[in-house]
Design a protein around this ligand. Structure first.
Ligand code: CA
Length: 229
């Protein structure tokens, strides 16, 4: 059971392959978006960054390798895991793909089961809580599989929104999240929520975490947002 469904962007120009992959990822609990060419993929990532991209090498107009190169050269998207897909004849070129920063690759025809296993493996590294791994920071521990939070060994009671908020912050201690980024991650893009709602829930999370005593682990960064630690 994931804290927030991990989102995957599938970039593939072959409609049948795109559909099969999207269908299987959706069945495995992923939130899937699809792009049929490189240009569309770049626009979609700019609109809402997914947690991981499955990227075909051969695409019309902007190639997969170019998409990868551009995303890996920008600070905001550098950490976004990318798995490249290529036809066997292009395999030797894949070295170039990995040089541009792709995190993994598979050669067509690939096994969908194997691809999903690799997607999960990348996510365990990039977004551990989405794969059920416990997260800790200092004396705080969050276990996504049991939905329990402890601080200094004491249970901390959190509402579902505060739980997702804490999970998000725990994934990247020290990272400053803007209110908009937290809205995207915790509430999702499809729901209209005022950015001040984020402040309300951060306040509740602070209060809940202070019940056991200890320092306030949440930092308000003026004009920027919030960070853990
Ligand atoms: Ca293709």
């Amino acid at each position: 059971m994931s804290v927030t469904e991990p989102s995957v962007l599938v970039v593939e120009d072959e409609p049948a392959q795109r559909e099969v992959l999207s269908y299987n990822l959706t069945a495995q609990g992923f939130r899937v978006r699809q792009a049929e060419n490189g240009e569309e993929a770049l626009v979609m990532v700019a609109e809402e960054a997914p947690d991981i991209i499955v990227l075909d090498w051969m695409l019309p107009s902007v190639s997969g390798i170019e998409v990868c190169r551009r995303l890996k050269s920008r600070a905001e998207t550098k950490g976004l895991p990318i798995i490249m897909l290529s036809a066997r004849s292009e395999e030797t070129d894949l070295v170039r793909g990995l040089e541009t920063g792709a995190d993994d690759y598979m050669v067509k025809p690939y096994s969908v089961t194997e691809l999903i296993a690799r997607v999960r493996s990348q996510l365990r590294r990039a977004r551990p809580s989405s794969q059920g791994e416990a997260l800790t920071y200092g004396d705080i521990t969050l276990d996504p599989s049991t939905h329990r939070v402890n601080r200094a060994g004491q249970p901390v009671k959190l509402g579902p929104t505060e739980f997702r908020l804490l999970a998000t912050l725990l994934e990247k201690p020290g990272r400053v999240w803007s209110r908009e980024q937290l809205l995207d991650r915790v509430w999702g893009r499809d729901i209209y929520v005022d950015t001040r709602t984020v402040d309300v829930h951060v306040g509740r999370l602070r209060k809940a975490l202070s019940v056991t005593g200890g320092d306030d682990p949440l930092r308000t960064v003026r004009g920027a947002g919030y960070a853990l630690g």
